[in-house]
Ligand binder design. Structure first.
Ligand code: COI
Length: 354
């Protein structure tokens, strides 16, 4: 792939790495590649980061035909630039494309685009503890057309930004609202894909959760309002009576890359991990019997985030005294150790960008 490059005349001032937060800052450049039915994906380019002009009738603005991914670049102590399982993100991007009638991308081209822009922006990779460069590939439908129909033109873009903790509370256990009114996804819908609409569907409940003093929502299944699914921006795990349980991919849960990597680490460390339907009643019963030992969420942005409290039907359930649990911290240390190149990567997950 021949990626053209336009140099920026004015570079941004880099911010202090202390309080980066998540999603507030972007780097100097962005990658763009267009699609039309005649040429396929064409004209890959890296250009200065800037707003993009869109016709007000552009499809994505009305019907949300758009998908995205999230991955991170990490700088190791010895200066290597590492990605974590980028092939998995790229495969999932194409699965999301398939679900939303967006033409597939060539996986090798996407990886090359990510590598090129990460190398160009390598000075933006922060090095303070817990920080990284977030990579956001996304695709939007660009036909200026108000009929409901798959677009004939698309734009694939990659933007980047230095990030710290996703939650303002850092690694402190978070309080989660168990949502039994609104629904995010059902099997057959788009919950397994990373489509823009999934996140729009989550906002009403997110707002409700915040008003109740919680940071995010734990979704229950849309049919029975009984089985736990996932938290707003992360998959979820519970340790009950020595066993680690995560909801099975039911057709409405995002197949998280951190989720599947966490299961592999836990199994490798000898923990029993069950992937199965898990009802909120089972969690509450375990709590009442003193058997709910730990809970945490997993995600690229959220990394491994301890869950210290559930709010369900007006009642608070405090888990592990709202302290980070043993397996949660082991998992955090192991996963970030691999991602930042501090620990040996026996799984072959890290990908060095040269
Ligand atoms: C990620 O973890 O990268 C995500 O995409 C979650 C998010 C919507 C911030």
């Amino acid at each position: 792939m021949n990626i053209s490059y336009t140099e920026s005349k004015q570079l941004k001032t880099k911010l202090s790495e202390e309080n980066l937060g998540f999603g507030k800052n972007t780097t100097d450049y962005m990658f763009i590649m267009d699609y039309n039915d005649k040429q396929g994906w064409y004209d890959p380019k890296i250009v200065p980061y800037s707003p993009i002009p869109l016709d007000p009738s552009t499809c994505v603005l009305h019907y949300g035909q758009g998908v995205f991914e999230g991955l991170k670049a990490y700088k190791s102590k010895d200066g290597r630039i590492l990605l974590f399982r980028p092939d998995e993100n790229i495969k999932r991007l194409n699965r999301s494309c398939d679900r939303t009638c967006i033409p597939a991308l060539d996986e090798a081209d996407v990886l090359e685009a990510i590598k090129k822009i990460v190398i160009l922006e390598k000075d933006w990779i922060p090095t303070a503890e817990g920080t990284s460069l977030y990579i956001r590939p996304f695709i939007i439908a660009t036909d200026p057309f108000l009929g409901v129909h798959p677009s004939h033109t698309y734009m694939f873009m990659i933007i980047l930004g230095p990030v710290g903790n996703y939650y303002p509370t850092g690694l402190n256990p978070v309080k989660i609202f168990v949502e039994d009114e609104y629904v995010r996804a059902v099997a057959g819908g788009m919950g397994t894909s990373k489509t823009m609409g999934n996140y729009a569907a989550s906002l009403k409940a997110q707002d409700k959760a915040e008003k109740a003093g919680c940071i995010q929502v734990l979704w229950l299944d849309g049919v029975h309002r009984k089985y736990v699914e996932e938290v707003g921006s992360m998959n979820v795990f519970f340790k009950i009576d020595g066993k680690v349980i995560t909801p099975a991919l039911s057709g409405s849960i995002l197949p998280g890359i951190t989720r599947v990597s966490s299961m592999a680490i836990l199994r490798n460390r000898g923990y029993e991990v069950e992937e199965r339907p898990l009802s909120i009643d089972e969690i509450i019963n375990a709590y009442e019997k003193g058997l709910l030992e730990e809970s945490f969420g997993t995600g690229t942005a959220a990394v491994i985030s301890p869950i210290g409290e559930l709010l369900y039907q007006g009642k608070n359930y405090v888990i592990n005294n709202s302290e980070i649990g043993t397996i949660t911290s082991m998992l955090y240390d192991t996963l970030t150790g691999i991602q930042f190149g501090r620990l040996e990567d026996k799984f072959g997950w890290t990908y060095e960008v040269k």
